[in-house]
Design a protein around this ligand. Sequence first.
Ligand SMILES: Cc1ncc(COP(=O)(O)O)c(C=O)c1O
Length: 449
Amino acid sequence: MPRQSNLARTTTSAPNDLEAFWMPFTPNRAFKKRPRMIARAKDMHYYTPEGRAILDATAGMWCTNAGHNRDPIVAAIKDQAEELDYAPPFQFAHPKSFHLASRIAELAPGDLDHVFFTNSGSEAVDTALKMALAYWNVSGQGSRTRLIGRERGYHGVGFGGISVGGIVGNRKMFGTLLAGVDHLPATYNREHQAFTKGEPEWGAHLADELERIVALHDASTVAAVIVEPMAGSTGVLPPPKGYLKRLRAICDKHGILLIFDEVITGFGRLGTAFAAERYGVIPDMITFAKGVTSGTVPMGGVITRKHIHDAFMKGPEHVVEFAHGYTYSAHPLAVAAGIATLDVYREEELFERAKKLEPVWAEAIHGLKGEPNVLDIRTLGLVGAVDLASKPDAVGKRAYEAMEKGFHEHDITLRITGETLALTPPLTISEAQIGEVADKLRAVIRSVA
Ligand SMILES: Cc1ncc(COP(=O)(O)O)c(C=O)c1O
């Protein structure tokens, strides 16, 4: 068939045809047979186009920590759109970007006091990895080029992120990835950790694997280690007690930079502004995204320690110090949304709220122990995960069905990865709604028995 002109295509396409949109990380054919459409949202709920309320147990995708469509955030975005639509972030700037950077730096521990803006978590990760390599270059140790990630780690979908990441399915189709990358072992072991509330006792020794990797390559070739303080996307794996401190100590011993990918743990998810604070560990860089604008406008970034930033600030002053950035770094709408979001977090003390609710949440979710096919339950901060047994012939199908039934029949959103159901509600959730999440989840689990 000859190609239609663009004009012909626009004038003939049906308005609600599902064909053209190739959906990300979604089984497209299954979705389009029975779509899960979300038309609007308010506070703890999504609403379908027909008006059915769905309890959002996942804060979208770990994003809307302040709850949905909060008036002060919506107003800030509207006002900003009227005042300044766009300003170039290269060579020019708008004043609020500096304000937001200062506010984020204030929340970060220690001397993590400079902020580089991106538009997503994936870009934040690739920015941090490039910053680490460039840091060693400007510091006269250009041989430090190796990057160390962790098995079962998720660091977004850029080439850097999938290279240091440890998810086979996200790596195997994309060639040889970055060279010179190695991986720590994952920290999860069901035999030693099943049904733990909070950080498991077993597993701190797994940090010592870094010594083995460093011994193999020599410290003079290693630039940075990147880990999620709590691995999220491969099924919620809380760090064993003492693990992150041990990792920090080994990095210090060998002069290796430590990067915490806090794209999901940042902005209150674990009851502190960043997980770094919860664990009393100061990494050299923190990546963030999602919760910074409560998911309203895309934004991410990297917070760095002072010595990293300062290492770049030399040479002729008219020359760019770090050849990196995005057209939409510090976009005015994202910046306005970010400032309004941080105001809501502060005024409503949402990080403290998450901390206070942690035991209530843990109790409710662990109450599902003993339900059919439940192999493990993990909780940390306002995060929960339930592992289900696979159906004999189809790994991942039971969880997929749980997510489908959750939406269509039990009015709740669930995130799935493999056979894990993950829960990460907005930090505004009430105690009654925590009970509602557990009740709905119980019904969902029974419905896929
Ligand atoms: C730890 C971590 N890093 C990076 C990313 C990627 O973020 P984005 O999807 O905004 O690119 C995610 C997304 O879930 C994440 O969980």
